[in-house]
Write a protein that binds this ligand. Structure first.
Ligand code: PMV
Length: 337
């Protein structure tokens, strides 16, 4: 049996604008998906994903995803999870030159699904690494990231950016601009996440921003402004000492940019009442800054606060189902023993 884990991520800056070639800075956070694989002889794939939904499910399927049996959880969730896992397995088969390989796969994830924390990327990254290792092939994290992107690209029909998969595979803070992905230095940032229990429809939200941007020059300018503030944030990170706790001054400056970024995302129509409520709860609790993370519409916000105040305040906020600290994960995909 081989187990690998990979972290989820938050966007410090730049979601949506990254779709139009602006830079974005996602950061890996210490909330992981763990995937355990065990090769099997008959070429089939059996998935046990007890933690992926409230009820959990176990499905077995053969060569085709259409062979799946009926299971007692929402079809869309099973469908999505199976498609991602199937695509990851296919990447591992290709990488290890083992076209007929089958697996028993167990997925456990502490990352809320579809909520802007990169849950699917973490499962795909950990799955590719575990399955290739189980077949006797070791890939560099960059290669895991590349293959995970291919898998997500296929499942999301060309909509995926490289941000989630690269960040999950490499860990730490990363910078994404088009096809250019790299890790960057960052001090240990004190992230706090608030989760409203829901999820946005990424495709619809991306389409909404695209339409606004095509219709109004000021919306296109808004997207460019997100790029400008992201570059400003990158300069702040580059000037900071990655080995020491961030100063209050740095946190205040980064937080100010996060607040600005949230305002622009709100203007672009991708926030939600629940996300705004959590952002304001975090600010009122003394967070240095707060914004939605990911596609928006529902899901998660991320705030910067080294004290416990924001986590507590979010916990008492009606719109918040779960709040937790999510420190910067310096390690990306890794083998678990
Ligand atoms: O919600 P997430 O974590 O999948 O992030 C979506 C980020 C977007 O910029 C809106 C789309 C993308 O693929 O970059």
């Amino acid at each position: 049996m081989t187990t690998c884990s990979a972290p989820g991520k938050v966007y410090l800056f730049g979601e949506h604008a990254v779709v139009y070639g602006e830079p974005a800075v996602p950061c890996a956070v210490e909330r992981r998906a763990r995937v355990t694989v065990d090769p099997r002889d008959d070429g089939r794939i059996r998935v046990d994903a007890a933690d992926l939904s409230l009820d959990g499910f176990t499905v077995t399927w053969g060569d085709s995803i259409d062979d799946r049996p009926d299971v007692d959880v929402p079809a869309s969730l099973v469908e999505a999870a199976m498609e991602y896992i199937e695509a990851a397995v296919q990447q591992a088969r290709d990488a290890a030159d083992a076209p007929g390989a089958g697996f028993d796969i167990a997925v456990e994830s502490a990352i809320p699904l579809g909520a802007g924390l990169g849950s699917s990327a973490a499962v795909v990254v950990a799955g590719i690494d575990a399955a290739t290792r189980a077949l006797g092939t070791e890939l560099e994290p960059e290669e895991v990231a590349r293959r995970a992107y291919e898998a997500e690209y296929e499942v999301q029909e060309g909509q995926a950016s490289r941000a989630d998969t690269f960040c999950s595979a490499m860990g730490g803070a990363v910078r994404v601009e088009g096809d250019d992905t790299r890790t960057i230095d960052a001090p240990p940032l004190p992230f706090v996440v608030g989760y409203d229990g829901g999820a946005g429809d990424t495709g619809e939200l991306v389409a909404g921003v695209r339409a606004l941007r095509e219709e109004h020059a000021f919306a296109a300018d808004t997207v460019e402004t997100v790029g400008d503030l992201t570059r400003e944030g990158e300069r702040l990170l580059a000037d900071a000492d990655p080995g020491s706790e961030p100063s209050d001054e740095l946190l205040a400056e980064l937080g100010g940019l996060m607040d600005f970024n949230h305002g622009l995302l709100e203007a672009l129509g991708v926030s939600a009442r629940s996300l705004d409520a959590m952002v304001w709860a975090a600010r009122e609790a003394g967070a240095h800054g707060a914004k939605l993370t990911g596609a928006g519409g529902g899901g998660c916000v991320v705030a910067l606060d080294p004290s416990p105040e924001t986590e507590h305040a979010l916990g008492y906020t009606a719109e918040c189902e779960q709040s937790f600290r999510a420190e910067l994960a310096t390690e990306g995909v890794r083998v678990e023993v």
